[in-house]
Structures are given as structure tokens and as C-alpha cells.
Design a binder for this molecule. Structure first.
Ligand SMILES: [Cu+2]
Length: 479
């Protein structure tokens, strides 16, 4: 096993902020201590404090990113992690002439209004192939991305290689676009070999994909552009197609085309026997406003309620101490005696929900299948810490446990750490719970995180030392 350690100092904690770091998509074998989410695996780093995270890369190659995992801090506190092939190996595609990170972010005016406002300018030459490492750091939206006059070939998602998926420029839909969920990364090959019109300047453009009625949340749906080639002057060409902001069919068409690379160097190991099946309803709903609580007086939801979000009709409530410490100390490494409440109680999407700190405890090595069922009017990028998972199935409408498993792809499904669940659809994921620890699972829209669209997997220690959590570092921040 070839492991590489990176140490990120949390020097930014000297700012008057509470910051946490989380290396998105890094599996962190046996090491929940450096995973990052506040009150899940650690207490927040206080202003002036510091904590050194040990990032353990496992088999990732490609692009990941790190970001703060405290409130909305990750809107601006984030960056790319580029993982090249190991020494002596190479990309499973022709070596690109240049690699260019493209970080799609959001510009916020206040809590709910935002303007998409970032795409990086780069320069390029005709005939070269570029590897664009595209990251969606946004808090609230999936995005479409396209480059005028050019095909895009997706070769990796969440630092796992995919079968090259070329989106043909003469296609209208699906074509000329990729869709990235917040939290997701994609590596995309761009061959600068297409001449359109009389000049060689092309816009790359991105636009949000949002399925809510646009007037529900005031928001500027501008298309953001940058010019990737900087050769002769003249008006650049705009992409022939940039998808409509609510184009659900295009979103579904794109995500269903993704496949794992599945070659000798990068094999696919989809677990075929499932030990534990979970159906998790995803919903956006309300909690009653607690008028006795002074901090809660400004409940601005309908009928004096406040917005909430839930998994299986439970809106996650952050505990006062972090779940990992509660598990580590409260359990004596044996059965958990704090926060023991497996998720369950499928609610069917009532208007009002309940809140609680519910976690799911599984034995080491359990094969878990989760079917996410969207009951809300929005798509949700569901993200699991500690694991990558195979996205084995998808479908519109309501999941049918008798019929739909027959449609699963168990041969070469994509291997991801964030799965976009489009509005009114379901997505099935599988993973083997062979990483002992405490692992957050949540929607990657940050508004939904703070509204409670979260839960926690606790994977118990296995029998051998290699199947047990690493010891608790001595300098963990205190709550
Ligand atoms: Cu969500």
C-alpha cells in the first residue's frame, strides 16, 4: 500500500473566525480525527488556535479539494488538491500539454442572494490538449459548464478515473456541457483543435442548474464567462448551447452516462452481496418556531415556522460535543452508548419534521446500500465522508424495490464521493464499511446542512489492528 501524507497547518485560525478543515473526498483510512466537520469528528478550532491535520491519501488520483467545514466558511476558505499518478505510472489517457484548475464558486451578497461570479481566465494554443481540473466549490447550486466550439471529455470524477466520456459538440442535448454538483470535482480533457468562425477565441461559460421555482429564492442566474484562448483579437464565440437553468432532463442525461474506467490498473469492485439496505428520504420541510428561545424569534418561514431539512423525517441537530469523542470515550471502543438511534422512520414528506441527533451504526465490513429518494422540489448533492461509493442505480419518480434493482449497473458504475440526486428521482449507492470511524453524510448545499439534512455513520472497529481507528491525537481542539 502506497500512502502519502500531507500536513496542512490551520494558520488561518489566527483570523477571528472558527475554522475547520476537511479534505473533501479523501477517504482518510482509519483516521476520522482529521476529517474536519465541526461537532461530528471534532470541536471547532477557536480563533488563534491551531490544529494540524494529517491527510492520508489512499487510491485517489486526480483532483480533490479541501475546504472549511464550519458554517458557511467554505464559501471562501477552500482550495484544490491535485494528485498526480504514482511515480512510474501515467495517466490512463494521453498526457495533456497543460493542466489547468478551474474553480467554480459563488459570490454572496447576503445569506440567500448570490451571484455566480468566478471562472478563471487561462491562455492556450491551438493543437494542445489541456486537462481542466474543474471544481464546484459553490454552496447552493449544480452548474453546467461548456466551452464554445469544443468537445469536453470527462476522464475523472472525485479523483477516480472514468471511462472517457466525450460530449460531442454537434449534439445539442446532451452536449457541450458537463454538470457538476457542489463538492464534486471533474477532470476534463479539452483539445484546442476546433476553429469556429474567423477567430480563435472562445468563451467557457457556466450557469447554475436549479430546480426550485426561481422566484422562491431571489438569485441572479447570470451566465459566467471567461475566455480560454488568448490569440487573435476579435469577439469570442459563445457556446452554441448553454443549458436552461431548470433543464432536469439534461442533468439526468449527463449523470447517467458516467462509468468507472475499469481497466487492469484501475479495477472495479462493486460489492454484489448487500448486508444492510437503507432507504433515505430527502426532504425540505419546517420546524415549529420556538418563541421562548430568544435566538429563534426571527422565524421567517411560512406560518411562523422555520425552514428545516431532513433525512427520513429527522432534522439533524448538532450535539454539544462532537460525535467522535462521544463514541470514543463513551463507548470504550465497545458498543456505542451515545447518540444510538439508527436512522429510520421514513416520514413520507410531512410539512413539519422532528429534530434529533440520529446516527447509523454498522459493523466493520458491512456492505451498505443506500437509496436516496428525493421528496423535495430540488436536487441534492449527497456527500459521504470516509468513503467513495459506487452509484449503482438511478431513476425518476419513486424507487420500486421490486423492479428497480434489476436495472442496476454492477459492472462499471462510477465511483464517487458526492452523488447528485436530481429533483423527484432516486439514486442508489453501495459501499463496504471498511473504514472504522465516525463519518458525516450530508447534502452539499450548505443551507441544507445547517437545516439538518445530515446524518452520521459510525463504523465499528474490526478485529485486527489494521481494522481499527487510529488513536486519538493528543491535541484535538476542546469544545
Ligand atoms: Cu440538499
Amino acid at each position: 500500500m502506497d500512502r502519502k501524507g500531507i500536513v496542512l497547518g490551520s494558520k488561518l485560525a489566527v483570523f477571528s473566525m472558527i475554522l475547520l478543515w476537511h479534505r473533501h473526498g479523501v477517504d482518510q483510512p482509519r483516521n476520522p480525527w482529521s476529517d474536519g466537520p465541526e461537532f461530528i469528528t471534532q470541536c471547532p478550532i477557536r480563533p488563534g488556535g491551531n490544529f494540524t491535520y494529517q491527510v492520508i491519501l489512499f487510491e485517489e488520483e486526480g483532483t480533490l479539494w479541501w475546504h472549511a467545514h464550519s458554517d458557511f466558511d467554505r464559501a471562501t476558505v477552500h482550495g484544490a488538491i491535485v494528485i498526480h499518478p504514482k511515480h512510474g505510472t501515467t495517466f490512463p489517457f494521453n498526457k495533456p500539454d497543460k493542466e489547468i484548475p478551474i474553480i467554480l464558486g459563488e459570490w454572496w451578497n447576503d445569506d440567500v442572494e448570490h451571484v455566480l461570479d468566478e471562472a478563471k481566465r487561462t491562455g492556450g494554443d491551438q493543437g494542445n490538449t489541456y486537462l481542466l481540473r474543474v471544481i464546484n466549490t459553490g454552496l447552493t447550486n449544480d452548474m453546467f459548464f461548456a466551452i464554445a466550439g469544443h468537445c469536453l471529455t470527462v476522464v475523472s470524477i472525485d479523483a477516480r478515473y472514468t471511462k472517457p466520456l466525450t460530449v460531442d459538440y454537434i449534439m445539442i442535448a446532451p452536449g457541450h456541457y458537463i454538470m457538476i454538483a457542489p463538492g464534486q470535482t471533474m477532470d476534463v480533457l479539452l483539445e484546442a483543435n476546433f476553429t469556429l468562425g474567423s477567430n480563435s477565441r472562445y468563451y467557457m461559460a457556466t450557469r447554475a442548474f436549479i430546480t426550485l421555482p426561481v422566484d422562491t429564492i431571489p438569485f441572479n442566474n447570470s451566465t459566467v464567462t471567461a475566455i480560454p484562448t488568448a490569440r487573435p483579437p476579435g469577439p469570442p464565440e459563445f457556446p452554441l448551447l448553454l443549458l436552461a437553468i431548470k433543464d432536469e432532463d439534461a442533468a439526468m442525461a449527463f449523470v447517467t452516462q458516467l462509468r468507472s474506467l475499469g481497466n487492469q490498473d484501475h479495477p472495479v469492485h462493486v460489492p454484489t452481496q448487500v448486508d444492510e439496505r437503507m432507504l433515505i428520504d430527502i426532504d425540505v420541510n419546517f420546524l415549529p418556531c420556538d418563541t421562548t428561545n430568544a435566538t429563534n424569534k426571527s422565524c421567517k418561514g411560512p406560518q411562523g415556522n422555520r425552514f428545516a431539512a431532513s433525512l427520513n423525517n429527522v432534522s439533524f441537530e448538532s450535539p454539544a460535543i462532537d460525535v467522535l469523542d462521544a463514541y470514543y470515550y463513551g463507548s470504550g471502543r465497545g458498543p456505542v452508548n451515545a447518540f444510538v438511534n439508527p436512522t429510520g422512520d421514513n416520514g413520507g414528506g410531512p410539512l413539519l419534521t422532528k429534530h434529533g441527533t440520529k446516527v447509523k451504526v454498522v459493523e466493520y465490513g458491512t456492505v451498505v446500500e443506500v437509496v436516496f429518494q428525493d421528496l423535495s422540489s430540488k436536487n441534492h448533492p449527497m456527500h459521504l465522508h470516509g468513503f467513495a461509493f459506487y452509484v449503482v442505480g438511478r431513476g425518476s419518480g419513486t424507487f420500486d424495490e421490486r423492479r428497480d434493482p434489476a436495472t442496476y449497473n454492477l459492472v462499471n458504475p462510477p465511483f464517487q464521493n458526492t452523488v447528485s440526486v436530481p429533483k423527484s428521482s432516486w439514486a442508489a449507492i453501495r459501499f463496504r464499511a471498511d473504514n472504522p470511524g465516525v463519518w458525516f453524510m450530508h447534502c452539499h448545499f450548505d443551507r441544507h446542512v445547517v437545516w439538518g439534512m445530515d446524518t452520521v455513520f459510525i463504523v465499528k472497529d474490526g478485529k485486527t489492528p489494521q481494522a481499527q481507528m487510529l488513536p486519538r491525537p493528543p491535541n484535538m481542539p476542546e469544545c
